[in-house]
Design a binder for this molecule. Structure first.
Ligand code: ADP
Length: 605
């Protein structure tokens, strides 16, 4: 423990905010020490019946208090410090004069006085103060050697036993000591300056390095966004066609199995791309939450259901326990919340061969703020468990454990990429929540997440599933420059909503043209197109006061699901942003939600 630092912090905490600079703290330390010292010396001198010296020490103590007042009430270190310097110098000179002049031991204090400006003001002030001490010694020597001291102080003792030799020796010594101090300060200054110059040079090098790194990082982002876009576009077609194939009832059992296998692998590839993108965004601190009012019960049930087929394939019990304490509506980012739950449930299913995987959720209301509280999610499994010494490591990126003995190993691409828990933990932390795990090897694990959430009032209107079926006869436009993408989206929608009318446009210009002449219930718009981007199409329509269908409903279908891009779309007036490759259910749900119009005819869905 550094005692000086402790004292420094102690003083700092007691000072008003505007007086917390280091020079103020030094000033307080110096003046306090001087005050205590002067009071102690005066008490000692009174005890020795040395009244004159004692009075001068007491007066000096009073002047130190005044200098502290000057410092505290507006004068600052500059004027407070000056008064303190003059006080100390006067008391030292006076006491020296009445106790032997330049040969008095009191003179040693003159060497210490310039220390305060050294720390609280500038080098120039310190040198000035040393100069003043030097001049005082010379003047005192002159006065004393010419026999004037006794007449000034009225004290004959000042000249007793003081030959000119010993006087000049003492004055010379003090002068030399002060000169040595001046040289020391200058040397210290020069050394400091050189050190600073070196630091500045290395700072410049670091700045250049950091600029290069930032540039390289920006390139990495662009590269990642481009690669993900280029991979998502064909993957969209693969996923779409496989989805359509999977619903074909004429396939044989073996073919259905092949299709299912291909779908699983494609879905895994999508997860890997999404994970890498998410991880890169988290690394750059670009993860932004988009909270909205969510029907908690529905959201949790839907998220849990996503993995129900996998649990039933594995023959696992898969209960969802929703506590009565849960509020009906809450403010949260449903996409990120679902991602947290799916990551934990996915892991639990992956590492559990028999028994159960259970998701339980409850709400703990704050005692002081009734609308606020903590959502406690826990995912319990009866799987292989995790060794105690690996419990921290699994939250690190790219860490996976060996199934056999639960030791660390390098990534195994087929089973995951080791990013799931790192992303989950970052998501939880960005919600200002906490995540923890308890586990027993061979018995199972329980991951617990606590997230602060806020209960919300019910939104004004919400479509029921029954309402939404009206949209089945919707009139839709699909805009995409890739023919395959248009075909997949169109076939996917047609399969679920055979009464829907689907028009297509292969670029932004054609989309603008069609949207001016037709009233579409919903437009599915690709964002990146060779002529006019999807965002620009929407911007032009929304900004055109003469456009007949200015408020047309548009959702974006994009391979770039970076948070920034999504928020930009929403700000432009897109109702929603769907990632490509899309899940069939997600696409249909979006169409049903957004294409719904009060006047739409009921359908035969
Ligand atoms: P991934 O699942 O992609 O390998 P994660 O970051 O999600 O990566 O998990 C890291 C490691 O933590 C996993 O490889 C696994 O060894 C271990 N792990 C995570 N969840 C569980 C669980 N429920 N049961 C046993 N081990 C788990």
């Amino acid at each position: 423990m550094n005692i000086n630092r402790q004292i420094h912090i102690f003083i700092k905490r007691r000072l008003p905010l505007h007086l917390r600079r280091t020079r103020n703290i030094f000033f307080v330390s110096f003046t306090t020490c001087a005050l205590v010292g002067l009071l102690a010396i005066s008490a000692w001198l009174y005890w020795m019946d040395n009244t004159r010296n004692a009075n001068s020490a007491l007066l000096a103590a009073a002047m130190v208090v005044v200098s502290m007042g000057v410092w505290r009430f507006g004068g600052g270190v500059r004027w407070g410090g000056l008064l303190y310097q003059i006080t100390l110098m006067s008391v030292v000179l006076y006491n020296a004069a009445i106790t032997g002049g330049v040969t008095s031991p009191v003179m040693t204090w003159l060497a210490i006085i310039p220390l305060l400006p050294l720390f609280t003001a500038s080098r120039a002030w310190a040198l000035g103060s040393m100069g003043a001490s030097l001049i005082s010694v010379t003047v005192l020597y002159y006065v004393q050697s010419h026999g004037m001291l006794a007449s000034i102080t009225g004290d004959h003792a000042a000249l007793v036993d003081t030959s000119w030799k010993s006087m000049s020796f003492a004055a010379g010594m003090f002068s030399l000591m002060l000169l040595a101090q001046i040289v020391l300060v200058q040397t210290y200054d020069t050394a400091n300056e050189q050190h600073l110059r070196r630091l500045r040079r290395s700072n410049k090098r670091l700045e250049a390095l950091s600029t290069n790194l930032t540039r390289a990082n920006a390139h990495k982002d662009q590269f990642l966004a481009m690669v993900s876009h280029e991979m998502r576009t064909p993957l969209n077609a693969v996923m779409g066609y496989l989805g359509l194939l999977a619903t074909d009832t004429q396939l044989g059992a073996a073919t259905t199995q092949y299709v299912q296998g291909a779908r699983n692998s494609a879905a895994h590839l999508v997860t890997v791309i999404n994970d890498l993108l998410d991880f890169s965004q988290i690394q750059q601190g670009k993860l932004v939450l988009s909270p909205q009012t969510v029907h908690l019960h529905d959201m949790l049930t839907r998220t849990h259901q996503t993995l129900a087929p996998r649990a039933s394939d594995q023959g696992l019990a898969y209960p969802l326990l929703l506590d009565d304490s849960l509020p009906t509506w809450a403010n949260l980012d449903p996409h990120r919340m679902a991602q947290i739950i799916i990551n934990l449930l996915g892991n639990a299913l992956k590492f559990t061969a028999q028994g159960h995987v259970c998701l339980s959720v409850r709400f703990e209301r704050d005692a002081t703020q009734p609308k606020q509280g903590h959502l406690r999610l826990s995912v319990e499994d009866t799987g292989e468990g995790i060794a105690a010494d690996a419990l921290d490591a699994i939250f690190q990126p790219f860490v996976q454990l060996k199934a056999s003995n639960n030791h660390l190993k390098a990534g195994n691409a087929l089973n995951g990429n080791g990013l799931g828990l790192a992303i989950t933990r970052s998501l939880v932390q960005s919600h200002k929540g906490t995540i923890g795990v308890t586990s027993t090897l061979g018995m199972g694990s329980t991951f617990t997440v606590t997230l602060p959430i806020e209960e919300a009032p019910a939104p004004a209107k919400r479509h029921t599933t029954q309402d939404l079926t009206h949209a089945a006869a919707a009139n839709l436009l699909i805009v995409d420059d890739h023919l395959t993408n248009r075909l997949v989206a169109s076939a996917t929608i047609k399969r679920s909503l055979p009464n829907a009318t689907i028009d297509q446009a292969e670029n932004g210009t054609e989309a603008l043209e069609k949207m001016r002449h037709h009233r579409y219930d919903l437009v599915l718009m690709d964002l990146i197109m060779p002529d006019i981007s999807g965002a620009e199409v929407v911007r032009r329509i929304r900004n055109d006061p003469d456009h007949p269908y200015r408020d047309v409903a548009v959702i974006a279908l994009t391979a770039n699901v970076a948070e920034e891009a999504v928020n930009e779309c929403l700000a432009l007036g897109f109702l929603d942003v769907l990632p490509k490759p899309f899940e069939r259910e997600v696409l249909i749900h979006a169409v049903l939600t957004h294409a719904f119009k009060e006047e739409a005819a009921p359908s035969t869905l």
